[in-house]
Structure formats: C-alpha cells, structure tokens
Design a protein around this ligand. Structure first.
Ligand SMILES: Cc1cc2nc3c(=O)[nH]c(=O)nc-3n(C[C@H](O)[C@H](O)[C@H](O)COP(=O)(O)OP(=O)(O)OC[C@H]3O[C@@H](n4cnc5c(N)ncnc54)[C@H](O)[C@@H]3O)c2cc1C
Length: 464
C-alpha cells in the first residue's frame, strides 16, 4: 500500500471535476490529482466517435438555455474554443401526431396544456405559502387538471404532454417529484441548442488546459472506494479499488447522486446527518437513448423532433431527428426514454430496440425502412453514474439545497451538477459547480499556508 501526497485530490473527471482542476491550478500554487474511474474523461458528456459520418451523443447533446446578454451561458465561449458549433432546436419544427393520427403543431398542444393547468399552478403556489416547507408532488398538481380524460380530447393531450414534460425534465414520474422542482426552475428561456462536432471535445479541452498548467495529473481507470476525512487532521486519505492510498490537504468529490446514494463510495466518518438526509430526499432521474440509423428517412426530414403519438396517457414517444441536424449525413432518429421507461436494467438490447421501433411502425407502417445500426445507452446501470440526473423528491425541503454543496469537516468538498440550486443537472450547471468549489478550495487555509510560504520566498528573492 503506497501513500502519495498532494494538495488537492478531485474524484471524478466530468465537467465539474475538470473545471475545478483547471481553475485551482490556474489560480493557486496547488498541485492537483484527478482520480477518474473510467478510461476517459467527460463523465455524462460522452460521444461515440466511431460512426463514419457523424459523432453520436450518448449523454448530453443540448445546450440548455443558451442565456441572454445579461445572463450568458458560461459554456458558450468554451464551445467555440473546443471547435463546437450549436444550432437552435426550434419548437416550431416539431412533428406532433395526435392519438387520432392527425398532425398537430406542438405549440398548439402546449398552449392548450398551459390554459388547462395555469389555474391549478397558481392555486398550488398560493396554498404552498400557507402550508410550510414540504410541497405537494407533481401528480397532485396534474390531478387538478380538467376531466374527463378521453383519448383525443384537448384535456387528454394537455395531461399527456405535461406528464411527458415532467418525465423529461426530472427523469422521474410526477408522483416522485416535489412541486419544488417546478417552482425552482430558474432558466429564463426554454430555448435549447444542439451541439455539433462531438460534445466530448469540451471535457477533452478542459482536461488538456488543466494538464498544460503542469500542476494537474489525471489518473484514469481509478475508481475510488473510501474517503477518510477525520475532522481534526490536516490530511484527507482516499483509497481506490486496488487499495492504493492517496493523501491530500483537500478532497473534492464530484461523483453523481447515484454513486453517492449507493454504498460503493464510503466516507469515514460518515457524512453529516443533514447532508445524508438531503441526499436521501433527492430522487435519481433516468434518461436513456436508443440511436436508430435507417436505410432511408421515412419521416419529415426537416422536423427537429418526431412525436408519433400514443393513446396511452403515460406514453409520449419522442425522437430527435439527427438527419436534420447532421445536414443529411445520416438517416438517424434518436429515441429518448425517460423516467421508468428509461430503466433498462438487464433487458436485452434487441428488446429495447424493438420497443424504440414500435411507435414508429405504428405511425408509419410499411414506410419504415430497414435498420442499419442501433446503439443503446445504459446510464441507469452504469456503475459510475447509476442514473442520469436528480430531482427533488416528495420529502425534499428547500433549505436542504445548501446541504448538497456544503463541505464536510476535515477538508472534504463537493461539486457536480446535482449540488446546485439553479441550472441543476446540466452541463453548464456542472461547470458552475466546478468553478464555485475551485474558489472555495483556493480560499481554504489548508492551501493558503503553502501560498504564504511561497510568497515569502518570492519576496525574499526579490529583495536580494
Ligand atoms: C443521457 C443524458 C442526456 C443528457 N442531456 C443533457 C443535455 O442535453 N444538456 C445538458 O446540459 N445536460 C444533459 N445531461 C446532464 C449532464 O450531462 C450532466 O449534468 C453533467 O455532465 C454532469 O457533470 P458532472 O461533472 O457533475 O458529473 P459526471 O459527468 O457524472 O462526472 C462525474 C465523474 O465521476 C466519475 N466517478 C463516479 N464514481 C467514481 C468513483 N467512485 N471514483 C472515481 N470516479 C468516479 C464518473 O466516471 C464521471 O466521470 C444529460 C445526461 C445524460 C446521462
């Protein structure tokens, strides 16, 4: 068992961990070791670069909320630096087929949903102010919508689309999500941009920048299993799966919620009861994709999304039209699965692909052309993700948000897209969390002691 000493150890080389590494190295004298479980950096920003014509996004693909002049999205300049372009996904370019099989612009469906639920939303907001901290769940909210719900009626469509939007936004079903999730949503615009060129180029850029400072070392294939952070000691110890021990003055843990909720990573002493409770009150969110490349397109080629429609209330099949966004380079639709439907578990790839094809066969019948290639993502069972996102569960209280990022005694810090109040579970959120923890770490007296010694040495040299 060997022990190596560092100023900072960062666990996880996703956007949060890499951003923290880069900023700490840039703005302090600290040396940083990043320990990453997988064989590449990026975490949930993961691109399949092996397709001959176009990179395929297995994880994040969209710039959520490109921002405004007053509140720009901090990722945009980095995208330029990484040679990545982005193009708006236009809500007017949806092909929505209602359960009656007739094409409907999504904007009309959403407008109807908005009219039906606005009063319910205002009611809940008002009653919440009187009823303390624990808010109703989103299914309570949906139950306040109009009835009866006969397939094909505007009320049915409104509830179906809203349920789908909740599944999509939170990765979980309405009964498992607190209304706080809706009230806390801070993005000023629902606009989204598709990223071209392979999103994983962004974490690759961040890693390169960090390593170029010569103060950061990124060690791949190193799953961390234990963190010892005794409150009164000046050293934190990290133990990996091979029983190798690493020591540092500060440790920053950026693993996702799924890993924190599992028993894979153990803390000694255990995390504070407040933090444990806040983590328990979060629910994991699930999203998976099935990338379907066909011989020829059989759907409207300029649609941004295709929604074949369904008669079932809790089903809203959704396909991202990569054909349009690849400039015609690949006849590919990306089927998005959310919430329960995205928990693929140990189901066989072929069964999942069949599930992804079924709504298309129902809507387009014999027009569906032969499948050339299919890829299935497995974020729900990936041991270093164990889910896609997180959402506020029914018991989550607003004051618990601050617990998610609060450092533990003994020099243990936290970052990652689940630790934020705003911009949660997004790439730019992960970036902001990395920046925030880097600032906190640079101000930690454990690191500043070293700076003082170096500054004094420099001053002495200057005087000579
Ligand atoms: C399918 C999917 C679609 C998404 N779509 C979008 C989108 O369109 N737009 C958007 O903005 N966001 C999207 N997201 C969310 C976004 O990808 C994440 O919020 C963001 O990338 C999280 O970054 P992070 O650094 O916090 O965590 P991660 O990227 O998860 O990084 C954590 C790192 O820790 C490593 N790790 C875990 N356990 C250990 C361990 N024990 N020891 C060492 N290392 C460990 C992991 O391997 C990983 O590299 C999507 C996510 C998924 C999965």
């Amino acid at each position: 068992m060997s022990a190596k000493n560092h100023d900072v150890i960062i666990i996880g080389a996703g956007i949060a961990g890499l951003t923290a590494a880069h900023f700490i190295a840039e703005f302090s004298q600290a040396d940083v070791l990043v320990l990453e479980a997988k064989d590449d950096v990026g975490g949930r920003v993961k691109t399949h670069f092996n397709h001959p014509n176009i990179p395929l996004e297995l994880g994040a693909a969209l710039l959520q909320n490109p921002g405004t002049w007053e509140q720009p999205n901090p990722i945009i300049p980095l995208l330029r630096h990484a040679d990545l372009a982005h193009l708006p996904v236009d809500p007017q370019h949806f092909q929505g087929l209602g359960p009656d099989g007739k094409s409907k612009p999504l904007s009309k469906i959403l407008l109807a949903a908005h009219d039906h639920y606005q009063a319910a939303y205002l009611n809940i907001q008002n009653s919440k102010q009187k009823s303390g901290d624990v808010l109703p769940t989103l299914d309570t909210f949906l139950s306040l919508g109009p009835t009866p719900l006969r397939p094909g009626t505007p009320a049915f469509l409104a509830k179906q689309t809203l349920t789908a939007m909740i599944d999509q936004h939170t990765g979980n079903s309405p009964q498992n999500v607190s209304l706080l999730e809706l009230l806390n949503d801070s993005d000023p615009s629902p606009e989204e941009h598709f990223i071209f060129g392979g999103y994983q180029a962004l974490p690759h850029l961040l890693a390169r920048k960090a390593v170029e400072t010569e103060k950061v070392f990124i060690q791949l294939n190193t799953p961390v299993e234990k963190i010892h952070h005794p409150p009164k000691e000046t050293e934190v110890k990290v133990v990996d799966c091979r029983e190798t021990t690493y020591k540092a003055k500060i440790v920053i843990c950026t693993v996702p919620l799924g890993v924190l909720q599992s028993t894979y990573l153990q803390f000694f002493p255990p995390l504070s009861s407040e933090k444990q409770l806040a983590l328990q009150h979060l629910n994991k969110g699930f999203q998976n994709k099935v990338i379907l490349e066909f011989e020829r397109p059989f759907w409207p080629t300029d649609a941004h999304y295709v929604f074949p429609g369904s008669n079932r209330l809790h089903e809203w099949p959704e396909y991202f039209n990569l054909l349009h966004f690849s400039g015609g380079k690949t006849a590919t639709l990306v089927a998005h699965f959310y919430a329960e439907a995205a928990q693929f578990g140990d189901q066989h790839d072929n069964d999942i692909i069949e599930r992804a094809l079924e709504p298309l066969r129902q809507a387009y019948g014999h027009k569906v052309t032969p499948l050339q290639m299919a890829l299935v993502t497995r974020w729900d069972t990936d041991p270093y993700a164990l889910g896609t996102t997180s959402c506020f569960g029914p018991k989550f209280q607003k004051h618990e948000i601050s617990q998610l990022s609060k450092p533990e005694p003994g020099g243990l810090y936290f970052a990652g897209s689940h630790t934020l109040a705003k911009h949660r579970e997004s790439v730019h959120g992960a970036y902001l969390s990395g920046l925030r923890v880097a600032i906190a770490a640079c101000c930690d007296p454990r690191l500043q002691m070293k700076h003082k010694v170096r500054a004094t040495t420099r001053r002495k040299k200057f005087k000579q």
